[in-house]
Design a protein around this ligand. Structure first.
Ligand code: ADP
Ligand code: MG
Ligand code: MG
Length: 323
């Protein structure tokens, strides 16, 4: 990091899960943190390889087996994650839909390069006609099976959250109580520094920070944004958060931020509430999420009363509190 030598802040950065992972530690225990930081870095790289959605991985092997209608053995760790994903799919009423892998591939997002054109309407209509859902996925006796051969798993809306939770658990087990694990702007913070950790929330349309939040002990802040991965085609923006009901990128939201205790839930909820559009307050209630900030595509800002208590706007906006 770039801290002066006498600073009690210690930072470690690496790239995994398609983004920059930045771990910041505060306090005396940070001095002995090297082994646990190395273990966390290895864990991130392993999850990156195991759960990759289009390169050779445990996940793509499972997807191939599901496509063939097999009863595929699933490693215990992946099984636990799939069960957690299925529960979040249910509480989001299907808006968080990790069975969407085939559609992501149709759109061309299963590539290191961005797509340069839009799939034709008939292709999307055909996918919708046989639309796979997480509820089609049977998870029993260490095996996965689906009667719908179109079911392809994509953990992109959720993997960062799971990995961040694991990293925080590892830090805690090593006696570190003051830390931030940041995965490309999505993070979980525990403890504090000499003052509370203050987290910036990116403005979806302008460079810099829209707002900031001082975290209390152990909170995750996750954002889904239409600016993370997108391309323009014939003057329109097409981004990577897809509404499983329409088959097209979810409309009307530019960015959606949630605060929640666990990172995995926060990650899935940010995606689901993004997809929900103007109906986000209902999805938030269904998922038990109390703190929400939404920037609409037209630039207006909405939030819950519980978010209003915590947020400080850094640019001039007139947010609307939504009950
Ligand atoms: P960000 O990368 O901006 O933090 P998300 O957490 O919302 O955004 O993750 C977006 C990724 O989630 C996509 O790249 C894709 O892999 C996957 N995805 C897209 N739409 C959905 C959806 N409706 N449900 C679940 N996963 C989705
Ligand atoms: Mg997400
Ligand atoms: Mg995110």
């Amino acid at each position: 990091g770039c801290q002066p030598a006498e600073s009690p802040l210690l930072e470690r950065r690496f790239i995994a899960l398609g983004t920059i992972i930045d771990i910041t530690l505060y306090g005396a225990e940070a001095e002995q943190a090297d082994p646990v930081l190395a273990a966390i870095e290895r864990d991130f790289h392993r999850l990156h390889h195991d759960w990759h959605a289009w390169e050779d991985s445990r996940l793509t092997a499972l997807n191939t087996a599901l496509q063939r209608g097999e009863h595929a053995p699933v490693p215990a760790e992946l099984m636990a994650v799939l069960k957690q994903a299925r529960a979040l799919n249910r509480s989001s009423n299907g808006l968080f839909e990790p069975a969407i892998g085939g559609l992501m591939a149709l759109w061309g997002f299963h590539s290191n390069d961005l797509p340069d054109s839009v799939p034709d309407n008939d292709t999307i209509a055909a996918w919708l006609a046989g639309r796979p859902r997480m509820t089609d996925l049977a998870l029993e006796n260490g095996q996965a099976h689906s009667d719908n051969p179109r079911l392809q798993l994509d953990l992109g809306a959720f993997a960062k959250g799971v990995a961040v939770d694991r990293a925080i658990a590892a830090l805690r087990a090593a006696g570190i109580d003051n830390a931030i694990v940041n995965a490309g702007g999505d993070l979980r913070a525990i403890g504090a520094r000499d003052r509370p950790w203050r987290i910036g929330i990116r403005h979806p349309r302008a460079p810099g920070v829209l707002a900031s939040i001082a975290t209390r002990n152990d909170e995750s802040i996750f954002t889904s944004g239409d600016y993370e991965r997108y391309f323009e085609f014939e003057g329109k923006r097409y981004h990577h958060i897809i509404d499983p009901r329409s088959g097209y990128p979810a409309r009307d939201t530019a960015s959606l931020t949630v605060i929640h205790s666990e990172a995995a839930t926060a990650d899935a909820a940010a995606t689901a509430l993004f997809v929900a559009g103007d109906a986000w307050p209902r999805t938030a209630a269904d998922m038990g999420i109390e703190r929400v900030l939404r920037v609409r595509a037209d630039g207006t800002v909405e939030m819950t009363p519980a978010m209003a208590e915590r947020i400080r706007f850094e640019t001039e906006v007139e947010p609307v509190v939504v009950l």
